[in-house]
Design a protein around this ligand. Structure first.
Ligand SMILES: Nc1nc2c(ncn2[C@@H]2O[C@H](COP(=O)(O)OP(=O)(O)OP(=O)(O)O)[C@@H](O)[C@H]2O)c(=O)[nH]1
Length: 371
């Protein structure tokens, strides 16, 4: 069977949790604003009906709404502005966990009051569904909370209501708690699967992008990447008038190596030459395989004298390297040019022209159009 969804690794799980925290905080923030509006309407409703506003349930509602105001301020005004990462993480955990716990407690008490005053367990039912949405990504915490709320609710109802009247709301609320847990689990599972699939696709996409820029034989950048990179560097060099050199490096007599020793040996020579150039690369050099037997080095922030210096060093390193399996030393011809505010293709053409000159002059040499 093909496994489409990989087993989540620790970093994926962590990343998923971070994703949940972000979502939950936004949810908590907007839920708080909604609760404040509802509280206003609730209060107006009570006043218009001339109802007692200091009853036990009203005090609980007031407490619930006051907490919402504090949470709305923390979530929407304080957290987004915090710069201290450690403090932010700490406060985020407190807010994310404390809020549903507090809500659950208040809703449980409202549920008990509701049943005691024959209003029914509606607040408890609503509360449990709300916290199962809020605690997405923390299933264990949700289970603990649901179980504690139900136990608290049952004890409260038993204590205040005769057994006959208590059984029905307790059973209803048990079903609600069970349903909330199952729904939360199912939604979380599908969210995790979707998240992991997207994450996996994102990684594969990244890998494809990287692979499309890499030469499979030598593992260095390919021509496509070089041309893209050159475009952006030309814009920069023009804008800030920065010096930039280009070396075109061609392996001498590669055709002959291929013909006498085989294509595999030719491949090995190319890999080794690429590694030699790479191992002596400076921080600002960008190396790529430009053509079959040809490499180039783009030398950023480098003037003509420094570029020629680099070219000479590369030539010497390759000439003195031990290529004993070829039976003779492997050499390269290098053409050097400096950027002169021209178009990218003209810049490359200059390097190609000077490389041809290098070859014509007898190979294994550095030729420059800047001296
Ligand atoms: N082994 C190997 N050979 C390649 C590869 N790509 C191209 N070639 C061969 O490399 C040779 C390059 O030849 P050229 O650069 O034209 O000529 P050369 O023999 O190097 O001669 P000069 O450039 O004049 O020194 C050709 O025979 C290509 O077939 C590759 O990936 N691996």
């Amino acid at each position: 069977m093909i496994q489409i969804i990989p087993k989540p690794t620790a970093d994926l799980v962590e990343s998923y949790q971070r994703h949940c925290v972000k979502n939950n905080l936004t949810l908590v923030g907007y839920f708080s604003v909604l609760a404040i509006i509802v509280f206003g309407l609730h209060l107006i409703h009570h006043l218009r009906l001339g109802m007692e506003i200091f009853s036990a349930s009203m005090i609980l509602y007031t407490l619930l709404y006051s907490f919402n105001i504090i949470y709305a301020v923390i979530n929407l005004l304080i957290l987004p502005k915090m710069r201290d990462v450690a403090a932010l993480q700490w406060l985020t955990v407190v807010v994310e966990m404390a809020y549903p716990f507090f809500m659950a407690l208040v809703f449980t008490l409202l549920g008990v009051i509701g049943v005691t005053q024959e209003g029914g367990p509606v607040p408890f039912v609503i509360g449990m569904f709300v916290i199962s949405v809020m605690l997405q990504g923390h299933y264990l915490a949700l289970l603990v909370l649901l179980a504690s709320c139900w136990t608290l609710f049952s004890l409260g109802v038993f204590y205040n209501v005769p057994l006959q009247q208590a059984t029905s709301p307790i059973m209803i609320c048990f079903t609600v708690v069970l349903a909330s847990a199952v729904i939360a689990r199912l939604t979380e599972k599908s969210r995790v699967e979707l998240f992991l699939t997207i994450e996996e696709l994102r990684k594969k996409n990244q890998l494809l992008i990287e692979m499309s820029n890499i030469d499979p034989l030598t593992g260095i950048y390919n021509r496509k990447h070089f041309l893209q990179f050159l475009d952006s560097e030309i814009t920069r060099a023009r804008r800030y008038n920065r010096p930039m050199g280009l070396l075109l490096i061609n392996v001498d007599d590669l055709k002959q190596i291929n013909e006498t020793l085989g294509h595999d040996v030719g491949d090995q020579v190319l890999v080794e030459v690429a590694n030699l150039i790479k191992s002596h690369q400076r921080e600002n050099d960008v190396i790529s395989r430009y053509n079959s037997g040809e490499f180039n080095v783009l030398l950023l922030e480098t003037d003509a004298a420094q570029s020629i210096e680099v070219a000479k060093r590369i030539r010497t390193i390759i000439e003195s390297h031990d290529f004993s399996y070829v039976g003779k030393s492997v050499t390269v011809s290098i053409g050097h040019t400096q950027y002169r505010q021209q178009q990218a293709n003209k810049f490359i053409e200059s390097a190609e022209k000077i490389l041809l000159e290098s070859k014509g002059l007898g190979k294994n040499r550095v030729t420059s159009d800047s001296v």
